[in-house]
Design a protein around this ligand. Structure first.
Ligand code: F6R
Length: 554
């Protein structure tokens, strides 16, 4: 949270919002807060008022003049029309006329101690301090003030003063909600000597992975312990089909999950973009388990997908990082990542955490179906070595920096992988484009010859995730295809591979592990390449343009 230092600002009640533009360009006029006609009521709003066009026409007809192009101003003007000396009542009345999503806070000059907050579809929490309350959309924003929080549910309104808060539904029915403790600490959300949160979070991965795996692996029995799944284990074992649904990086980890589930549990598994799943009348037969994968637990499309799945009778699980988030609360059961807060917009440690949790879930169920003690012990031994192998991988961080230094001015990159490393190719490309604004495409390596090979020109950087395993020979043929067309080869390879240096311009080695777990190590150099390329290009690494950490609009 940026601190506002302005001696002109007086008072003890305030609202503010970093806008992610949905309606109207990012200009001062469209910036929040917005105020009603007489300027006495002000609002900040996260979400979209879907019927804002008709509401705006109605208000203009009544003589209201608008100062911005936003949907938000429509809501505050409406609240102003209904205001008769009680802000909470006016907000409640206005929200009855509104369709869409919102997390709002509203203040009024005539009730200087009061903030009214309401939620539908966009996250909101109340931080409970000593003689003060803070409202935010994310726990990390208020940790400096308090770790005691109350989560608002959809369709609830809060009236908050410095000394108390009161929760009601939109229909004015009182709600009792317990105050909860946020498990994150303040030092976890500070830079701790790093230049950027993304850099910190990349380097935190060995510890984050230890925390994620702690207490969950029983090597002697070859068993996985996942407390969050105990109550639904019988139903899970009877699952006939898994659907993993997610967005962005979480979708890439879900894709690794598909490979892990089919390989280890041997149950048909598919991965769906949450935004597509929710709108395409999906077939959810009996015996389907839907797993929503999300770092924030607040991504609107993922939430909507899981609600759709639930309505159709599926067992719905969450693989989520933020404890108490909407997805965590709305799923039947689930597994937390426990990788700590992720502040940088580009997801790094949450990606490896998601892959690790999906690996644990695969083994948890595989072992209960047909996996022998010996093979699950082998798998879990490899998994428990990952934190130390991540430390080893990070020792080679300078190699990624060299790659970035050589190629950061190239505007087009390709990332290619096969098998378990194919989702990594997509993830490596996403990391590069989102923070360094370089165009990059990720593909299953064999797909290259069906079109994208036409893009290859002299010196074009092509990153191959070419770790040892069943696909090694195949991917080496793809390396040759690119090399013979003049592409510059950057290979992520397994330590001890003596052959690869003869084929690649740059090689970054990662420690050896079993094939299904290679994404946990090979993702690190990809994250580092993107990070250094962004730094060298002078980009805002932690807050890339046009992006938000949690995407709470459709
Ligand atoms: C990319 C990135 C996004 C998120 C996506 C889903 O680095 O962070 O693609 O992965 O917006 O977010 P969550 O996991 O919070 O649902």
């Amino acid at each position: 949270m940026e601190q506002i230092v302005n001696p002109q600002l007086k008072g003890h009640t305030g609202i503010g919002h970093t806008r992610w533009a949905t309606h109207g360009a990012p200009t001062d006029d469209n910036a929040h807060p917005h105020a009603n006609a007489n300027g006495r009521i002000a609002i900040v709003h996260n979400g979209i008022i879907e019927n804002y066009v008709s509401l705006r026409k109605y208000l203009e007809h009544l003589g209201v003049t608008f100062k911005s192009d936003t949907d938000t101003e429509v809501l505050v003007q409406l609240i102003g029309r209904f205001y008769k000396g009680d802000l909470e009542q006016a907000v409640r009345r206005a929200l009855h006329d509104v369709a869409g999503t919102y997390g709002i806070t509203v203040i009024c000059a005539d009730e200087p101690d009061v903030i009214v907050a309401a939620r539908k579809g966009s996250p909101l929490i109340i931080g409970v301090g000593q003689g003060e309350h803070v409202i935010a959309s994310d726990a990390s924003a208020i940790l400096a003030h308090t770790s005691q929080v109350v989560y608002l549910e959809d369709g609830e309104i809060a009236r908050v003063t410095p000394s108390e808060f009161r929760l009601t539904t939109l229909e004015a029915i009182p709600v009792n909600r317990e105050v909860e403790e946020v498990e994150w600490s303040l030092d976890q959300i500070e830079l701790a000597g790093y230049e950027h949160f993304m850099q910190k979070e990349i380097f935190e991965q060995p510890t984050a992975m230890e925390n994620c795996l702690r207490g969950r692996i029983d090597l002697e029995e070859g068993q996985v312990r996942l407390g969050g799944l105990v109550d639904c284990t019988r139903e899970l074992i009877r699952t006939k089909r898994f659907i993993l649904t997610a967005c962005g990086t979480a979708w890439h980890s879900a894709l690794v999950g598909e490979y892990l589930f089919e390989e280890i549990i041997r149950i048909p598994t598919e991965v769906e973009y949450a935004s597509e799943f929710r709108y395409r009348n999906p077939i959810v037969e009996e015996g389907t388990t839907v797993i929503a994968v999300s770092q924030s637990g607040e991504t609107t499309d993922t939430q909507a997908a899981l609600r759709e799945a639930k309505q159709r009778g599926a067992l719905v699980l969450g693989v989520v990082n933020v404890v108490g988030s909407t997805i965590a609360r709305e799923t039947d059961a689930g597994v937390y990542l426990h990788v700590g807060p992720e502040i940088g917009v580009a997801s790094t440690k949450a990606f490896t955490g998601q892959v690790a949790v999906l690996a644990l879930m695969a083994c948890y169920l595989g072992r209960r179906k047909h996996m022998s003690v010996a093979s699950s012990t082998l798998f879990l031994t490899a998994l428990s070595r990952i934190p130390d192998q991540m430390r080893e991988t990070l020792k080679g961080a300078d190699q990624a920096k060299e790659v970035a230094a050589r190629f950061h001015q190239c505007e087009n990159w390709l990332y290619l992988g096969r098998g378990f490393n194919y989702p990594l190719a997509l993830e490596g490309a996403l990391k590069l484009k989102e923070i360094s604004y370089i165009h990059a495409e990720g593909l299953p390596a064999a797909e290259m010859k069906h079109g994208p090979i036409a893009l290859i020109t002299e010196g074009m950087p092509v990153v191959f995730i070419a770790t040892a395993g069943s696909q090694y020979e195949k991917i080496m043929s793809n390396v040759e295809e690119v090399r013979s067309r003049g592409g510059s080869i950057i290979a992520i390879a397994t330590e001890g591979d003596r052959e690869i240096a003869r084929h690649a311009d740059h090689v970054i080695f990662v420690p050896d592990t079993i094939e299904p777990l290679q994404p946990l190590l090979a993702s690190i150099p990809l994250q580092l390449i993107a990070y250094h390329a962004a730094v060298l290009r002078g980009c805002n690494v932690d807050k890339p343009r046009n992006l938000a950490k949690s995407v709470t609009v459709e």
